[in-house]
Write a protein that binds this ligand. Structure first.
Ligand SMILES: Cc1ncc(COP(=O)(O)O)c(C=O)c1O
Length: 417
């Protein structure tokens, strides 16, 4: 059992490694696959490189060298990084069906009438907290195919409408995200649908691996953006987790790329009420551990109770810190990004997107967590990467938080700056 530390409303586990085993990271995240994903994504009409926004004034205020936010809130018309994973998995599915090589893969070919004629009608199916399903619906429509998306009963109407906008059929399942995943798999089997799930389970790993590989397009972009500023690698990466696939992609990609030469410190952040990766890290016994119940949090994209086993394979070897934080930390992160210090850019971030910056602020602004601060060595030499994983994907909730001040910071944890 790993020791859980708590101070200033953050719980954390420090996972020390005698040495990190990079073999899984190298196997799952070879640079050639990242290049293939980027090559395909860059052919999609409307693709452009999202900003790597620097917030130098916030960095100075917090006493760190640089704060860099990869702004996936601007990712095409989807406002979330999620589409990069689902689309890559679907492109690879087509490749398998067509039995063609990587060199023969092109967006124009995949969307051609020749391919449609060859493959006929396919229905893709997935469960979602919102963003993944929207990305799958968008990709299916682009390829002229059908889509069934399963959401849980707490999913907001705005998120459901955003999926339906791409002609997907949306099924609402009682319970939480994990119940929606299970029902989707049962129905897909009955109806002959192709499941494109971002989480994995026994015997279902190829598609979720490809989804994780698809996310690495944004990391290749970020690396180019860092090197144009004379930064080789970030020194720290804060990454949020639902089932842990994004975190594993980011941490696996950087671990493989750095190949043991001073990799960044990796910090995985989750909501207090849905911290399945944290729970798994706490037991650290080679198995994943679940959280049951409603998983109620404002961070809809992170409301998952079951860690993806293939993601854990990467995280257990390479992540350095697991953290869980209350909802107001994400709400404060949204407000910090939407109302920046003079000279820093404004960033529109949703709840799941903002939690990592909120966590850094909480960590560096409050007393009592010196052990974690010392371990992370966050100082003027640190260049910290965050991923704003979503923009304003739920406008009503965004206004309630940013305009009306819902999920306020409790008096005990207000900072004096
Ligand atoms: C906005 C956003 N951020 C982060 C995540 C977390 O991704 P994962 O479930 O791969 O951990 C999600 C997942 O849906 C999401 O929608």
């Amino acid at each position: 059992m790993q020791k859980v530390h708590s101070a200033s409303d953050i719980d954390w586990i420090i996972k020390t490694h005698d040495s990190k085993d990079l073999s899984k990271a190298k196997e799952m995240f070879p640079i050639e696959t990242a290049r293939l994903a980027r090559h395909l994504h860059s052919q999609i009409p409307g693709y452009y490189i999202t900003r790597l926004a620097a917030l130098p004034n916030l960095a100075t205020m917090l006493g760190v060298g640089g704060i860099y936010i990869k702004n996936e809130g601007e990712r095409m018309e989807l406002n979330s990084f999620k589409v990069m994973g689902g689309s890559f998995a679907i492109f690879k599915f087509f490749q398998d069906k067509l039995n063609i090589t990587d060199d023969q893969l092109s967006f124009d070919y995949l969307t051609s009438s020749e391919v449609k004629k060859k493959l006929g009608e396919i229905t893709f199916a997935s469960a979602t907290d919102g963003n993944h399903g929207r990305g799958i619906a968008w990709a299916a429509k682009m390829l002229g195919q059908k889509c069934m998306i399963y959401v849980h009963s707490e999913t907001s109407q705005a998120r459901i409408d955003a999926i339906r906008a791409y002609d997907a059929t949306v099924k609402i399942i009682p319970g939480n995200y994990d119940h929606a995943v299970k029902q989707c798999v049962v129905d897909a089997k009955k109806n002959g649908w192709e499941v494109i799930s971002d989480t994995s389970w026994d015997g279902y790993t190829i598609v979720p691996t490809r989804i994780m590989q698809g996310y690495t397009t944004m990391l290749l972009e970020a690396q180019k953006q860092f090197s144009s500023q004379g930064i080789e690698y970030p020194t720290h990466v804060f990454v949020q987790a639902g089932v842990g696939a994004l975190a594993a992609a980011v941490i696996g990609f950087y671990s493989a790329l750095c190949n043991g030469v001073t990799p960044p410190k990796f910090i995985v952040v989750e909501p207090q009420t849905a911290a399945c990766v944290f729970e798994t890290a706490k037991y650290d016994d080679g198995k994943t551990h679940d959280i049951d119940g409603s998983l109620s949090t404002i961070m809809a994209g992170l409301a998952c109770g079951e860690t993806s086993p293939i993601a854990w394979e990467i995280l257990k070897e390479n992540a350095d810190v697991f953290m869980k934080v209350p909802d107001y930390v994400a709400a404060r992160g949204m407000r910090i990004m939407a109302t920046p210090l003079k000279g820093d850019p404004m960033i529109i971030s949703g709840e799941s997107g903002a939690v990592t910056l909120g966590a850094l602020y909480q960590l560096l602004s409050l007393q009592g967590n010196d052990e974690l601060k010392d371990y992370l060595k966050l100082d003027h030499t640190s260049n910290i990467l965050f991923i704003n994983t979503e923009g304003n994907t739920d406008p009503k909730s965004f206004r309630q938080i940013v305009w009306d001040g819902s999920d306020p910071v409790p008096d005990t944890y207000k900072t004096e700056r």
